[in-house]
Design a protein around this ligand. Structure first.
Ligand SMILES: Cc1cc2nc3c(=O)[nH]c(=O)nc-3n(C[C@H](O)[C@H](O)[C@H](O)COP(=O)(O)OP(=O)(O)OC[C@H]3O[C@@H](n4cnc5c(N)ncnc54)[C@H](O)[C@@H]3O)c2cc1C
Length: 539
């Protein structure tokens, strides 16, 4: 990244060193913003593996902050198979509109992900990580936030310019202190999750979802391969399930043996969860931005928890950095709520529909589900109604106040499962290799975009006029590339459906802010200023 100025005022305090807080800290530091990263726990827990499925665009964020090892260490899988009993109903793979070298998904334990991020944090001079610092209160004034906490040595008060609150789902006291509601509900059924180490070559390389297998009648089982011959097995179990009893009476061993047979296995980690669907009513309260599980909880079918917490962190980080560096008005931060709250609503809608199918509300719905599953074996129409989860995908900011719509490119709506939306204003630009003088041959467009605002021009554009208009519109770093020079094999232009005489304005997080089909100083200035929050009312 080209050198960025150093923010010399009070640091941003990130509360919670879970993966979302870690990511926010690293992204802010990348923008030259010093960070104090506080966590209530005494130290990192090295066991446990909640999030295992990490999506391509999240891997891309991590690779930008030096944590490319997460993608490299993870186990790549490309196919999702769904069964009823032992009969296969469907199999599908992910579509890439661009040409990303990153896999669509890897499986890797959350503990491993956090370890890699910790190593990056330890190596970053702008981040100070403090364990055993529990934050108990946040008081704001016009210039900053007073962060009150407790440590083993007593109370502590710190001054922050802004706070990213990534304190997880249980941070009720902090949410309440901010006057934020966290409405939603929890599901009745429990889920037993075991990570086991075993040699099961028949289950390598794909995710399998079994509805009502003979070995867990009337409920489902999900199996994910992970690195080092570990398999995540997730059984839906009744509300009165008791893990201790199962362990004592040998039922857990029997349960696992129904999958592994007589082969040896070790239980690496096991836990029982009741999942919740909840969301805050505000993701920004003045100088405090709520992110990750602290702002929204979803059932994990579809892997939309951490995979949406990381985009929260990215959205918060570039906007905070732009405001702190004086590149954008404070109103840019309003759009954090606008964009990420809609993203959370989409995730809740998608996972809510999945959970309604996985955990029917009453006996009649259970019966309807059985009938639909039985019909799905032969009937494609019934098969299309089976919901075993829709995998995480980047949200489309088509209705964001930062996005300039293009009437010739309307958003066609949520794409088919596994596909990516057409590249219209608001959508994340697909990744592709690009050629830039002075950069390595392996450079990808997404790597370029993270350095500021980017203008991609097609043939026929008066580039000097466009560059001058952008420079007049903002003090933020703006770079401009001719698409034909950058995208020598045309993959990107094809994915974008780019046409002559267009200027594409791309945000630092890779989302398309505008496609200007009539580029001139007025339209360029308006789109740049809009992308930076000018004209928003302010909270
Ligand atoms: C069984 C299961 C499977 C999952 N699978 C997936 C998956 O495959 N893919 C996926 O994307 N997501 C998955 N998730 C969701 C994922 O685990 C979470 O979304 C993710 O952990 C959220 O990270 P976070 O940093 O927001 O919160 P957390 O990981 O909860 O971290 C919050 C941190 O804040 C600290 N903290 C709390 N209160 C305070 C305080 N007052 N002061 C200071 N520090 C504080 C805590 O100690 C903690 O370290 C799964 C979840 C579960 C339960």
């Amino acid at each position: 990244m080209p050198s960025v100025p150093l923010w010399a005022g009070d640091p941003v305090v990130v509360v919670g060193s879970g993966p979302v807080g870690q990511t926010a800290a690293l992204l802010l530091a990348r923008w030259g913003v010093p960070v104090l990263l506080l966590d209530a726990r005494a130290q990192r827990e090295t066991v446990g593996s909640r999030a295992i499925c990490q999506q391509r665009d999240v891997l891309d964020v991590w690779s930008a902050i030096g944590a490319g090892a997460i993608a490299a260490d993870g186990l790549t899988w490309t196919t999702a198979r769904t069964f009823y009993g032992e009969q296969e109903l469907s199999a599908w793979s992910f579509i890439d509109r661009g040409r990303s070298p990153l896999p669509p998904f890897v499986n890797i334990s959350q503990a491993h992900t956090e370890r890699v991020l910790d190593e990056c944090i330890a190596a970053h001079p702008l981040i100070e990580q403090r364990w055993a610092h529990e934050v108990i209160g946040l008081a704001q004034d016009a210039a900053g936030v007073e962060v009150r906490g407790v440590t083993a040595d007593g109370g502590l008060t710190l001054r922050a310019s802004y706070v990213v609150l990534a304190a997880g789902g249980r941070a009720e006291a902090l949410r309440t202190g901010l006057g934020v509601r966290f409405d939603g509900h929890s599901f009745d059924d429990l889920f037993l999750i075991c990570d086991i180490r075993a040699r099961l070559p028949e289950l390598d390389g794909e995710r399998r979802f079994y509805f009502d297998p003979p070995w867990n009648l009337d409920r489902q089982v999900l199996i994910h391969p992970c690195p080092d011959s570990v398999f995540r097995i997730d059984w839906q179990v009744p509300p009165d399930f008791d893990l201790d009893t199962e362990e004592r009476n040998g039922a857990l061993d029997e349960r696992i043996r129904r999958i592994v047979g007589a082969r040896d296995y070790d239980v690496v980690w096991r836990s029982v969860y009741r999942f919740s669907s909840r969301c805050v009513d505000r993701m920004r309260v003045g100088r405090v931005l709520l992110a990750g599980d602290c702002a929204h909880l979803v059932a994990p079918f579809g892997a939309r928890g951490l995979n949406s917490g990381v985009p929260d962190a990215e959205n918060a980080a570039w906007k905070l950095a732009f405001v702190l560096h004086g590149w954008a008005p404070q109103t840019l931060l309003d759009s954090y709520h606008d964009e990420r709250h809609l993203a959370a609503a989409e995730n809740l809608a998608v996972t809510g529909a999945t959970m309604a199918f996985l955990v029917p509300a009453d006996a009649a719905q259970w019966q309807a589900r059985r009938e639909l599953l039985a019909a799905a074996v032969h009937d494609p129409a019934a098969r299309a109604q089976i919901d075993s989860g829709r995998f995480a995908e980047p949200f489309w900011y088509v209705d964001s106040p930062l996005t300039t719509p293009d009437p010739t490119r309307p958003f066609p709506g949520r794409p088919a499962k596994g596909d990516m939306p057409a590249v219209v204003p608001g959508v994340l630009l697909p990744d592709a290799p690009v050629q830039v003088t002075g950069r390595p041959e392996t450079t990808r467009i997404r790597e370029l975009l993270r350095d500021g605002l980017t203008l991609l021009t097609t043939e026929g554009v008066d580039r000097i006029e466009v560059a001058a208009a952008a420079a007049r519109a903002t003090a933020a770093p703006v770079q401009m590339f001719g698409l034909d020079r950058l995208d020598v094999d045309g993959v990107l232009a094809a994915a974008m459906d780019a046409r002559p005489n267009e200027v594409w304005l791309i945000r630092p997080d890779g989302h398309v802010a505008a496609v200007l089909t009539d580029p001139n100083p007025v339209t360029v200035t308006a789109a740049v200023q809009r992308a930076l929050g000018a004209g928003l009312s302010g909270l």
